[in-house]
Design a protein around this ligand. Structure first.
Ligand code: KG4
Length: 334
């Protein structure tokens, strides 16, 4: 089954063709980073307008790269939640029209389910159950993946996402947007004990919930204090300390969840999964605990259409299709 899949939830427009949920025939991505970087973050209206300009072109390019025609497409899929609403609406509306024009089913996909499914593309033998930490710019969720479409949130951030913590910290350190990669790069030259950063605790019930806003504020305060007093800021040390603390918070909860559920397999997904410290810490923790680790290659960690096409296949098998009244949603539970 060949699915033409679209992703437009934030600042990447993507169109892909995926066969039977596991084989990527085309994966076209247009990144809007250049449009947003002067603002230091994603401007929702600019994002939506840019999706509108390029989505049709990307669809044509995906078909061409895949070496297929419109008639070879068996279904159309799109991210329908969560995300910047104007941005998601563009993808949903385009996918709806494409499904109508081609006379094929329309499959709505939850963005985080898509990130999790990036692992199916990278690791053809991976099957549920497994525990998956989904870490991106807008979401941080620990998920019990019992089946391809049977999953529940074990814990999540109560405030900022891990990626947001990196992005805001990078901004105050003058490292540009998006900030996760520059922080990661800089951290490799720094002492990860240079700054004693807080590990915000969530003490009221769910041990798997997380909080990143206090950590972000601590980094902002350290940077502002250095600016105001004229004292030098050890940027590599701050970046390394931040990566260490974020990684410790994420890795410990994920490993605890895998132990509790008795799952052998641990997966990581989302843009922040590109972080070298987080990857290295997961490798060490899984080796120590005797669990298998799955982290997609960098290209599949960030937003892309192939992951939507992968998850869409399993949603289709489960009968989760939509009619032409499908709407887009800024927020939605998994
Ligand atoms: O999954 P993604 O591409 O988009 C969303 O769905 O949000 O994730 C983007 C996030 C941004 O916050 C970006 O700074 C972060 O992923 N990121 C990283 C790294 N590369 C990207 N964070 C930490 N270390 C990295 N190497």
């Amino acid at each position: 089954m060949r699915i033409l899949a679209f992703e437009s939830s934030c600042d990447e427009t993507a169109a892909a063709v995926v066969e039977d949920g596991r084989k990527v025939l085309a994966d076209e991505i247009f990144s809007q980073v250049k449009l947003h970087e002067i603002y230091g973050g994603v401007v929702p209206e600019i994002a939506a307008r840019s999706h509108l300009e390029v989505i049709s072109l990307l669809a044509d390019r995906a078909l061409k790269t895949a070496g297929v025609t419109r008639r070879d497409i068996d279904a159309v899929a799109c991210t329908y939640a969560p995300g910047l609403i104007g941005a998601v609406l563009v993808g949903v509306n385009f996918a709806k029209s494409a499904a109508l024009a081609l006379g094929v089913p329309l499959i709505p996909v939850h963005h985080i389910r898509g990130h999790i499914a990036a692992n199916y593309l990278a690791f053809p033998d991976l099957e549920p159950p497994f525990v998956c930490l989904a870490i991106s710019g807008g979401n941080t969720m620990l998920v019990d993946v019992r089946g391809y479409t049977d999953m529940s949130v074990l814990g999540q951030t109560r405030d900022d996402a891990a990626g947001e913590c990196f992005d805001k910290s990078a901004r105050v350190m003058g490292l540009g947007y998006p900030g996760g990669k520059p922080i990661d790069d800089l951290s490799r030259q720094g002492d990860d004990r240079a700054y004693d950063l807080p590990r915000p605790a969530v003490n009221d019930g769910n041990p798997f919930d997380m909080s990143f806003s206090g950590l972000k504020t601590a980094v902002v305060n350290i940077a502002h204090h250095a600016q105001q007093t004229g004292q030098p800021l050890d940027k590599p040390g701050l970046a390394a300390s931040l990566c260490r603390v974020v990684s410790e918070m994420l890795v410990s909860r994920t490993m605890d969840a895998a132990k509790l559920l008795g799952y052998k397999n641990v997966a990581v997904a989302g843009g922040v999964a590109a972080n070298s410290r987080i990857r290295a810490d997961f490798e060490a923790a899984c080796e120590k605990a005797g669990r298998a680790l799955f982290v997609p290659p960098l290209r599949l960690c960030g937003d892309n259409g192939a992951m939507i096409g992968a998850q869409a296949y399993y949603e289709f098998l489960a009968g989760h299709t939509a009619d032409s009244s499908l709407n887009a949603y800024a927020t939605m539970t998994l």
